[in-house]
Each structure stands twice: as structure tokens, then as C-alpha cells.
Design a protein around this ligand. Sequence first.
Ligand SMILES: Cc1cc2nc3c(=O)[nH]c(=O)nc-3n(C[C@H](O)[C@H](O)[C@H](O)COP(=O)(O)O)c2cc1C
Length: 216
Amino acid sequence: MNFDFTGTPPENVYKLLVATIGPRPVAWVTTKDTDGTVNAAPFSFFNAMSGNPPVLAFGIGGRGPGDVKDTGGNIRRTGQFVVNLCSYDLREEMNITAIDFPRGIDELKEAGLTTAPSTRIDVPRIAEAPVAFECERLVIVDVGIDRAVVLGKVLAVYVRDDCVLDAERCYIDTPKLDLIGRLHGAGWYSRVTDRFELPRIALDQWPARKAERAAK
Ligand SMILES: Cc1cc2nc3c(=O)[nH]c(=O)nc-3n(C[C@H](O)[C@H](O)[C@H](O)COP(=O)(O)O)c2cc1C
């Protein structure tokens, strides 16, 4: 079945996107308010967009015209943010930080979480999160009256010590991070416990592999 988005109500377009694009990693973004309060919120319209330079992107849907949630406003003002990643054991805390608290409320405190200073920017990371990317705003692309896509350049990354296998070679124990992703309808997530390996095929291996496939 084809769904033409012309004339499709936005809530149905959203459903079609999130029901099919997943699992989506969760960017658990910390920013600083004008009064210095640390703000935290999860965003699953998120991914890595470039390795060199290292660039992350996440999408913010607003609450009304000109308002791109506290996270967006803070990044517009300060140009800095941390993308923390969420492990399975922090799922409930992450969910608490998504509550529509009024501006100025410290979501991390509400969730019983703490912060640790970043190394390159003036916005702290979530101390309990296993990974945290310190980012500076590259550009904010306004894609609708109240929608914005934030592109951030990563200046540094924190990875919890017990998940670093070899610091010199930058080998990370990805399964141990136990990160979660968001899936289809509201309230659904996935873990990374169901993995498989699929090595890339070099061009010179292809004739033999093609013959193997034909013989199956
Ligand atoms: C797992 C999860 C993923 C979310 N992803 C997004 C998203 O991609 N974009 C968005 O605008 N809101 C998303 N939200 C909702 C925001 O987290 C929520 O509106 C939050 O209160 C915004 O906080 P802020 O106003 O402090 O920035 C998500 C919520 C959850 C629980």
C-alpha cells in the first residue's frame, strides 16, 4: 500500500514514520537555561550524521509556533549541548525527564539523577549515562513553524570506564553499554540484545559469493 503524504494529516504522517524507522537511538540532551538550570529531555529523532567532522543531528518538535521546547531555546542561546545516551537501567529516569515540566524545573533532580562537568563545554553531562557527547551547535535548520533540526559538532565523548575495552585503539564494549532505542508506537523501546554479524563484501569476493548464492 502506498501512503501519499499530500493531504495526510500530520499525526498520521508521524505514525507512519515512527512505526517504520526504528529502533531510533535516544539522544538524552542536556542544556543550560538562562538562569543556569540544567535542562534534560530525550529525543529519538536522532542519529550520527558524519564521522569526520563528527556531527550528530536531532529533531525537535515544538509546542506551538516559534517555540521549539526548552532544549531548542537553550541551544539557540548558548550554542552548547550534551547528547547523553540512555542505557536500559536508566529507562524510567529518562522517561521522567520527558514530562512536560514548566521551564526552570530541573528534570534531572526530579528523576533523581546527578550531573558531572563536561571537559570542553559549560553544560554538564548526566553522570549516570554510559556515553555523553559534548557538542557545539553547527546549525539549526528550521523545518516548519515549530520544528527544528539541530546539527551539532562533537568536541569530546565520555564513555564509562568499564565499557572501554582498549582506550588506545578506541575499542568500546557496545553490548555492555546496553543502550535502548525507541520503536513504533508510544511507549515502545528495544534493547540491543538480538545482534548478528554481517561482514562487508569486497568487490573481488563478489563473483564467488554470487555463485554461492545462485547455488542455494
Ligand atoms: C523516548 C522519547 C523520545 C522523544 N523524542 C522526541 C523527539 O525526537 N522530538 C521531540 O520534539 N520530542 C521528543 N520527545 C518528547 C520530549 O522529550 C518532551 O517534549 C520534553 O518534555 C521536551 O523537554 P524540554 O522542553 O525540556 O526540551 C521524546 C520523548 C521520549 C520519552
